[in-house]
Design a protein around this ligand. Structure first.
Ligand code: HMG
Length: 388
């Protein structure tokens, strides 16, 4: 039975900060952020957006009424949870107008959450091939102002509609994965900003990729040449480039150049958004599909998912005929180009405002043009608005 990605939706806020301007404000060479980290713009998430509203916007872009009627499972991957008990999925089910005879819940394992959702959806769709599953990956990456992690912040959401007869990409059997208890990145209860051992986290990411890619190739008698492209979880885009470079000596210089060009296509959107944790790998997949001119139906794409703490997974997909439609869609590039630039001072104010919390809170949402906005908290209950 086939199983895989039927549709992909992406959303982020309407605001960004320019990485050259941020570098100057932090007394760093712009080259460090632009080239050293591989980031050009960073999404600035205002207080009127959270994981719920971002995920709703991403899903709203792809779901038809017919899709809504077929969804039987909603899995919300996030590490920017908004409640210690109630799943973000509950708000989303309501705001999107999904039917009530479904299962909806939240999963957490750092940036691996959406990949975990895909793994669960795979088994669900095997048992219910006439249904569809909606997997969300929505997050806001926060390390703190003036920290070394700051230029690797960002935020946004990916919505994946998964089906037994996928239009975009079928996902193959036999992923390889690995779990190990380490402290590379974490966010203790009560803190809004992550703690990270940055260099160590990058080293572990590379170690996981090299191990899992080798394991996959050994188990499947496969080599890099069998892949049309590799896509990576991109906490900052140079991270994926470093991982790709570890396997390029397996191929000829011409083929290595080809993989590097595919990688440029795959990092284009992430370079202009920053880290969106659970959604980053899938934004990179979308970026590859929409920015590469060197893909064909039947091509095999390798996907490396990494969630600090740490869970890694390498899995593969085969492009289906419907990918041509998403490949020719310019909507994401146009949306990113139409965003509004804020100054570093404005970004800092928005950042501080988004950390506010409390039993009662009013959020300024009037200037946020999004269809789904977070308007505040009343008596410990989060309030959302869906604009028609
Ligand atoms: P840093 O210490 O500020 O940066 O932290 P650096 O000194 O290592 O410089 C970065 C790069 O810029 C280096 O390149 C420099 O050479 C280069 P590299 O040696 O790495 O190839 N550079 C320049 N290049 C061009 N022109 C210049 C210039 N100056 C310097 N003028 C760090 C960087 C990424 C560690 C920091 O930002 C951080 O801690 N970020 C957060 C952690 C992170 O993203 N880790 C990634 C792996 S873990 C992961 O992916 C999981 C995660 O998404 C969370 C989850 O799972 O939930 C984070």
């Amino acid at each position: 039975m086939k199983f895989g990605i039927d549709k992909i939706g992406f959303a982020t806020s309407h605001l960004y900060v320019d990485m050259s301007e941020l570098a100057v404000a932090r007394n760093e060479e712009p080259g460090k952020y632009l080239v050293g980290l591989g980031q050009s713009k960073m999404a600035v998430i205002p207080p009127s957006q959270d994981a719920v509203t971002l995920a709703c916007s991403a899903a709203d872009k792809i779901l038809t009424d017919a899709d809504k009627g077929e969804i039987g499972l909603v899995i919300f991957g996030t590490e920017t949870g908004i409640d210690n008990s109630k799943a973000a999925a509950m708000y989303l089910v309501d705001l999107l107008g999904l039917p009530q005879n479904i299962r909806a819940f939240e999963v957490k394992q750092a940036c691996y959450g959406a990949t975990a959702g895909i793994a669960i959806a795979r088994d669900y769709l095997r048992a219910h091939p006439d249904k569809k599953a909606l997997v969300l990956g929505a997050d806001i990456a926060r390390y703190g102002l003036k920290t070394s992690g700051e230029p690797t912040q960002g935020g946004g959401a990916i919505a994946l509609l998964l089906a037994a007869s996928p239009q975009i990409m079928s996902l193959e059997e036999e992923p390889v994965y690995r779990a190990q208890n380490i402290m590379d990145f974490w966010r203790p209860l009560g803190l809004s900003e992550a703690r990270v051992q940055g260099k160590y986290s990058s080293d572990v990411y590379l170690e996981y990729f090299e191990r899992l890619f080798a394991e996959y190739c050994q188990q499947n008698e496969s080599t890099l040449n069998d892949f049309a492209a590799l896509v990576f979880h991109l906490p900052y885009t140079k991270m994926g480039l470093k991982a790709l470079r570890t396997v390029l000596d397996e191929v000829s210089p011409e083929k290595a150049e080809y993989y590097l060009q595919q990688f440029e296509a795959a990092r284009e959107f992430n370079r202009n958004v920053g880290n969106l944790y659970t959604g980053s790998l899938y934004l990179s997949l979308l970026s590859l599909l929409q920015n590469s001119s060197r893909l064909s139906v039947g091509d095999k794409v390798g996907l490396f998912s990494y969630g600090s703490g740490a869970q890694g997974e390498f899995f593969t997909g085969i492009l289906q005929p419907g990918f041509a439609e998403i490949a020719s869609d310019q909507g994401t590039a146009q949306f990113l180009a139409a965003r509004h630039k804020v100054s570093v001072a404005e970004y800092e104010d928005l950042y501080q405002a988004s950390l506010q919390n409390g039993a009662d809170l009013q959020v300024d949402f009037e200037n946020d043009p999004a269809k789904f906005v977070f308007t505040g908290v009343k008596n410990h209950q989060r309030q959302y608005l869906k604009r028609e």
